[in-house]
Design a binder for this molecule. Structure first.
Ligand SMILES: NC(=O)c1ccc[n+]([C@@H]2O[C@H](COP(=O)([O-])OP(=O)(O)OC[C@H]3O[C@@H](n4cnc5c(N)ncnc54)[C@H](OP(=O)(O)O)[C@@H]3O)[C@@H](O)[C@H]2O)c1
Length: 335
């Protein structure tokens, strides 16, 4: 089988990308609670970029196969897991010895999502992380009860699912983007509230809007000084939820007085930790309802193009050149 392999972590993203190799090895054998999945496709996410730079929470032994999610078909199973044989699945994988950018990989049973027969396999490749993250962010904050929320990096996929959930519950969304292209795209999609983070008076405009609309929750994927701008813009009794660190900077500029006197809160969200709070039955029900959103066309991950493992450098450069332009998928080479 072929896999994309990272020989060394490198803070310099271009060097990290250029160091990726395609290697041939034996298929792994599933043991214990594992199944062997034959990959259909795996996306490139911001966490993969942080991972190859050695800047992510997950650090694997080297050489390592990147990729934390994908879709495929179960081809072999460890003893006792025969019910999974032949099933189409989405999966989440963070194990040291396994990565999604591979023809075959072993996945733990608890990290499999059984797919509905009508679920598209390319969409399923991007199912295990972002849609559940948007759902989980709404769940933990009770955002459906708020009047308005703020999202930054708003051209990305998690914010797109957050907007859809917000619309379902009649919650308004203030979108923040960093590029004019992402601004224009959201505008043409009919978004009412969009701010460009570089525009003059950005912090003041955000504050006015957040107070007018009563935006009491901010979902922050950027961090750095922007966390402070979001936090300080919201009215009393608000919550800033950090779920990404796209700026690669520590959270800063939070108003101390707001923290002390205005009952504002800062929290973090991690999908894996949220999933651990949910039992199997509830997770299955959530998975079913999320898959139905895709099947009925209500939700869609915007996928720009797909690349073979041999084109991994091109794929990552293309993704980083226009992250709001949609996901790129890595697919096994056709045999
Ligand atoms: N905590 C969790 O459990 C969890 C789970 C899933 C995802 N996440 C995080 O959620 C975030 C969004 O992921 P995604 O898959 O939705 O992203 P995506 O669809 O790949 O898009 C990334 C978006 O972020 C924007 N962006 C990138 N760097 C930025 C920066 N420094 N400042 C402002 N905007 C920036 C991009 O804008 P341009 O087009 O201008 O580049 C693009 O709109 C990531 O940080 C990811 O790690 C966290």
């Amino acid at each position: 089988m072929k896999s994309v392999v990272l020989p060394n972590y490198n803070r310099n993203v271009l060097r990290a990308i250029l160091s990726l190799e395609v290697r041939v090895s034996e298929k792994p054998v599933p043991v214990g609670d594992e199944v062997l999945v034959r990959l259909h496709a795996a996306p490139v996410n911001p966490s993969d970029i942080a991972f190859i730079q050695g800047g992510y929470q997950i650090v694997k032994s080297l050489p390592a196969v990147p990729g934390f999610e994908g879709s495929g078909k179960v081809e072999e199973v460890a003893s006792g897991l025969e019910d999974w044989l032949g099933k189409r699945v989405s999966f989440f994988v963070q194990d040291d010895k396994s990565g999604a950018w591979s023809d075959y990989l072993v996945v733990k049973e608890c990290d499999l999502i059984e797919l509905h027969e009508d679920m598209d396999m390319d969409q399923a490749a991007c199912l295990a992380i972002n849609p559940f993250t948007a759902y989980g962010l709404f769940d933990v904050t009770g955002a459906e009860l708020s009047r308005a929320v703020i999202v930054n990096a708003a051209g990305g996929q998690v914010p797109a699912f957050i907007r859809s959930l917000a619309q379902e519950h009649d919650v308004k969304v203030i979108n923040i983007v960093r590029s004019q292209a992402a601004f224009n795209k959201l505008k043409s999609n009919g978004e009412a509230y969009i701010l460009l983070e570089s525009e003059e008076g950005f912090a003041a405009k955000l504050k006015e809007l957040a107070h007018d609309l009563e935006a009491t929750i901010a979902f922050d994927a950027v961090a750095g000084a922007q966390s402070g701008v979001l936090f300080n813009a919201m009215p009393p009794d608000s919550e800033l939820v950090l779920y990404g660190g796209l700026s690669n900077k520590p959270v800063s500029e939070l108003s101390t007085m707001d923290l002390i006197f205005n009952d504002k809160m800062v929290s973090g969200f991690n999908l894996s930790a949220w999933k651990e709070l949910i039992d199997n039955k509830e997770f299955k029900a959530i998975s079913e309802s999320i898959q139905m959103k895709f099947i009925t066309g209500k939700w869609e991950t915007h996928i720009r193009s797909d690349f073979s493992f041999d084109q991994v450098t091109e794929a990552l450069k293309s993704y980083l050149g226009d992250m709001s332009g949609g996901k790129v998928l890595l697919k096994p080479s056709k045999i």
